[in-house]
Design a protein around this ligand. Sequence first.
Ligand code: MN
Length: 444
Amino acid sequence: MQPMIDETHDPARRSFIDSANNPESDFPIQNLPFGVFSTSSRDPRPGAAIGDQILDLLEACRHGLLPQDIPQEVLAQDSLNALFALGRGPMRNLRRALSALLSESDSGKAVRQLASDLIVPMASCRVHRPTRVANYTDFYAGIYHARAAGALLTPENPLPANYKWVPIAYHGRASSVQVGQGPVRRPLGQKPPSDAGRPPDFGACERLDFELELGFYVAGGNTLGSRIVVEDAGNHIVGFSLLNDWSARDVQRWEMFPLGPFLSKSFATSVSPWVVTVDALAPFRVPAMDRPQGDPRPLDYLRDTEDQATGGLDIELKVLLSTAHMRSKGESAVEILTSNARHLYWTPAQMVAHHTVNGCNLQPGDLIGTGTISGPRDEELSSMLELTAGGTRPLTLPSGETRSFLADGDEITLRGRCRREDFTSIGFGLCTGTIMEAFPFSSA
Ligand code: MN
């Protein structure tokens, strides 16, 4: 099922919810991302974001407003796993139905009449992690990141010999995936010895970092022993959110050889609360990254003509930093980098095909990270490690403060936005985290 442009992308379509018609809104009627929310009187449940409001999907279903292929029990849940398990077809029908229900035309009448039951202001809601993440895998598909980070972590071998053949990944920790908007505790850990021959240092991470990534969620998945071929992989991806792969660089440097990152990553991963569907993203698909001459052609199981033509995504990404000092002075967050999802060397479909080629089973609601999405330019380096050249060239902020890595009280916000002429721009909302000081510890 290829993403397709239809009436739901019509820029002339407007919602009866005014805030959704503001061109600055991340959630116009052309978007309609899914998430999980609660209020003082509503238990956590699935919703769709529209402007600065949320449509309660469970209530909409109870009123008989949703398509027949969306059973009420998949919405009477505190996660989107059951909804995603229905697969791409029903998800597409659901988004189409919501687009009509929320439009300012006659078809929006039913929701307008029941608005007090169905529509809740976002400001009065709590958002939750969109799925119960059973498995979280983080790829390394940003080639500019792999090269820049590799040059700092392993200068003798910046881009591993396998990089252009294998979509590299590690298995991340699912239990510490949290919805972005919360605090992130600075981790403790072992750090490289200050002098060769001495024992490693132990204590609070001193090189705490973020990584700007996209995450995507698995729809139906596959049974153990089967595989998802690259031509079919698009049917298994429901949608995307922003993902911050928090990283303790000093811990990472000491622990990661030979088996890869462990405690340097497993303390926290933040995702944005709203899952922007592949259907909403249809107008913003682009060809897969143009491989430089001389790069190997991917093996057949990773190569599909359609995926090469439309498997990339044009999503503008940025990272904002606000320090505790800036907030105390009422200063707004400062943009420290911009990038674009076009800079991924492997497409999401290639990641899914590779992930399952050995028969590994993906499950509905599983989370897959793309890897840090840096670009070729200096302002497109998408972690502090890269931006400050391993801490040797600190950033100077407008407040006069400097940063090599993140300090306690720093708040990092990821943003994503799609734009294309003759289409309505859509966004991803916020993925935010604020660094809290480490728990007290004894180094003895
Ligand atoms: Mn990562």
